[in-house]
Design a protein around this ligand. Structure first.
Ligand SMILES: [Mg+2]
Length: 382
């Protein structure tokens, strides 16, 4: 693709605001954190350059924006249209801008030459990540399971076919054994509601230990768990034992890790076969760094599933990286809405997010609303 970089175009304006939004439903505790709640904030930077406005997630500071002002856009990209490392803190707005200038969705800009359009919209598998400990007020496992099954039903009606369930109730919020029983009942109960063709993952947020996770996995065998995320803090010795035990038990559960503050050796362990799926965060690790890492993981036979929770923006942006990573598994979908951020071109259907064939990241900002938020609680440099 011959890309247009806007020769002579400079960064004329940078605006920041966090748009208040809401999840579809309140999100409760996980194994270590308290109630996540309903409110989310979408931290967005809008840039203006060459008369074109573009925007994306960024936590750029006012000072940094001032330093970037007036710089030529062309200097911010490589000749292949990759954002240069010095500008990674502005990567989402820049890629959106590049897409708009070239009338291309970002997924096409970053896809390998072998990328081929298929009939219908470009789509990527996604999973509903909304299954927190929303049942802690209930004493009875049966009522808890019914509550979580109702949530799974809601996910199905929103088009989801893959569901990630938080486990680890016995780590802190419930007595150990009661929590373990509840986790098992919830996982098996959600499988019942989701049906045999759905994909189920579990996420322990490091709230288990080696023996307890074996118990959980044996007793949820009928639920056919696809991946187990963060059973306990990553540890090469214990992960080796766990992989050997899974193989001996003929449990096809994959091991996923890497969100938050991962062990520096995690990639080495993954390449050695101790971890199957890497989950570095899409926004804070970064889109461009994921673009570089994905093919390395592909070569090692390690799968990719970028973490994305809180803030909505990653729901959309994650999908654009998928064509560039052969082993990309799922977009983590933290569903909700934020007034002023128009995501209506995206749809979820049959477990996949349909990505709009629109320039940039395929999202639009309501100018009046965003400008109002910039004035109210944001900043602007021009
Ligand atoms: Mg997680």
């Amino acid at each position: 693709m011959n890309m247009e970089f806007g020769t002579g175009v400079r960064l004329d304006k940078v605006e920041w605001a966090a748009l208040p939004g809401e999840r579809w439903r309140n999100a409760g505790c996980n194994a270590r954190l308290g109630v996540h709640g309903k409110a989310v904030a979408v931290s967005l930077v809008r840039i203006t350059a060459g008369g074109i406005q573009a925007f994306g997630w960024s936590v750029l500071t006012h000072d940094r924006a001032g330093a970037l002002l007036g710089q030529p856009l062309k200097a911010m990209f490589t000749t292949e249209g990759r954002v240069r490392p010095e500008y990674f803190d502005l990567e989402f707005p820049l890629l959106d801008w590049l897409g708009r200038v070239n009338s291309q969705p970002v997924y096409r800009l970053v896809a390998p030459a072998s990328f081929e359009d298929t009939p219908g919209p470009f789509s990527v598998p996604c999973y509903d990540t909304s299954f927190y400990f929303d049942d802690l007020h209930l004493n009875d496992d049966k009522a808890a399971v019914e509550l979580m099954q109702a949530q799974a039903q809601e996910g199905l009606s929103r088009g989801h076919r893959a569901f990630k369930i938080k486990v680890g109730r016995g780590a802190f919020y419930m007595p150990l054994n009661e929590g373990l029983q509840r986790d098992i009942a919830v996982v098996n109960g959600i499988r019942e509601t989701a049906g045999s063709s759905a994909t189920l993952m579990i996420d322990a947020n490091n709230g288990y230990n080696f023996n307890l996770i074996k118990d959980l996995l044996l007793r949820t065998r009928p639920a056919n768990i696809f991946w187990l995320e963060e059973p306990f803090h990553e540890d090469a010795v214990l992960y080796k034992h766990l992989k050997e035990w899974l193989a001996a038990e003929q449990l096809g559960v994959l091991l996923a890790d890497g969100e938050g503050h991962p062990d520096p050796d995690l990639l080495i362990w993954a390449e050695a076969g101790l971890v199957d799926i890497i989950q570095y965060d899409l926004r804070y690790y970064g889109f461009e760094r994921w673009l570089a890492l994905g093919p390395v993981l592909d070569a090692a036979g390690v799968r990719s599933a970028p973490h994305n929770y809180g803030g909505l923006y990653g729901n959309y942006a994650s999908a654009h990286i998928a064509p560039a990573i052969r082993g990309f598994l799922f977009v983590e979908w933290d569903g909700g809405f934020a007034a002023g951020l128009d995501d209506t071109a995206y749809r979820i259907k049959d477990g996949r997010v349909m990505v709009p064939d629109r320039p940039g990241f395929g999202l639009e900002l309501d100018d009046k609303h965003f400008s109002g938020q910039v004035r109210l609680a944001g900043w602007s440099v021009a």
